[in-house]
Design a protein around this ligand. Structure first.
Ligand SMILES: Nc1ncnc2c1ncn2[C@@H]1O[C@H](COP(=O)(O)OP(=O)(O)OP(=O)(O)O)[C@@H](O)[C@H]1O
Ligand SMILES: [Mg+2]
Length: 237
């Protein structure tokens, strides 16, 4: 059995009276990439937001080892090593690439941050060339790299990625997949939401499917041997 990094149990989230998560639960193994699948509006982003504290769960548990994260403020959860690249990216358009990246290292010392900035630029040479440009002048794909790079600046234990391929070209999806291979080799655990199933299955070790606020399916990607039709039916029908 692989080591467990995070255990999510019986998670309930509602917006007003509308329940979205109704007891969702799953484990995350150390060093894996897990893909969360589900129809539009099924609560995928809500799940990531509940884990990183952007949304307060009504009940349930998100435990990282002995540490209970459910109910903590987002900055406290971030201090425990959980960073999200959200669907909207949330960059500061008028700040330079370097300044946006530096914001990700707020919880760390200046020396360490400078070293990590060099590492992020080594991972993303395209950003290194554009380090002094205002972030709004970058292409969509480059901005997504800034968003991922900013999350990496905190050297997260768990990286949450919400639709990293959103609106980007197939070439860029391959670039993201390669990046994720690199992060996995470095031992970063990832939980990804991804509608692009090609990327989802290319990058992930395991998948789970969310429906009606519960995890209804899941398995090992390699064991599927490319037979994804059954999963797809389970997601969208
Ligand atoms: N802050 C909010 N206030 C009210 N309702 C919300 C809020 N955020 C999300 N919802 C609703 O909760 C449901 C689940 O939203 P969520 O964003 O988690 O879905 P999703 O699975 O990520 O969908 P998508 O694939 O379209 O990104 C949707 O019906 C959405 O309208
Ligand atoms: Mg979403």
């Amino acid at each position: 059995m692989p080591d467990i990094l995070m255990t999510i149990r019986d998670l309930h989230v509602a917006y007003g009276k509308k329940p979205i998560l109704r007891g969702a639960g799953f484990d995350l193994y150390k060093g894996e990439c897990l893909t969360l699948l589900g129809a539009n509006g099924s609560g995928k982003s809500t799940s990531l937001n509940a884990i990183c504290g952007f949304v307060q769960p009504a009940s349930g548990s998100v435990s990282l080892g002995d540490q209970e994260l459910a109910g903590l403020a987002p900055h406290r959860i971030f201090q425990h090593g959980v960073a999200q690249v959200s669907q909207k990216r949330d960059l500061f358009p008028d700040l330079t690439v370097t300044d946006n990246l530096r914001l990700g290292a707020m919880r760390r010392g200046a020396k360490q941050a400078a070293r990590t900035l060099d590492q992020v630029y080594a991972r993303f040479p395209r950003l290194a060339e554009r380090r002094r440009q205002a972030t709004r002048t970058l292409s969509g794909g480059e901005q997504q790299m800034v968003a991922i790079g900013r999350a990496l600046m905190s050297q997260p234990t768990l990286l949450l990625l919400d639709e990293p391929s959103g609106g980007l070209s197939p070439e860029f999806c391959e670039e993201i997949a390669l990046l994720m291979d690199g992060l996995k080799a470095d031992g970063v655990t990832m939980l990804m939401v991804e509608q692009n199933l090609k990327l989802a299955f290319r990058a992930a070790d395991r998948f789970i499917v969310l429906r009606d606020g519960l995890v209804v399916d899941g398995g090992d990607v390699k064991a599927m041997e490319g037979d994804h039709d059954a999963i797809i039916k389970n997601i969208y029908l």
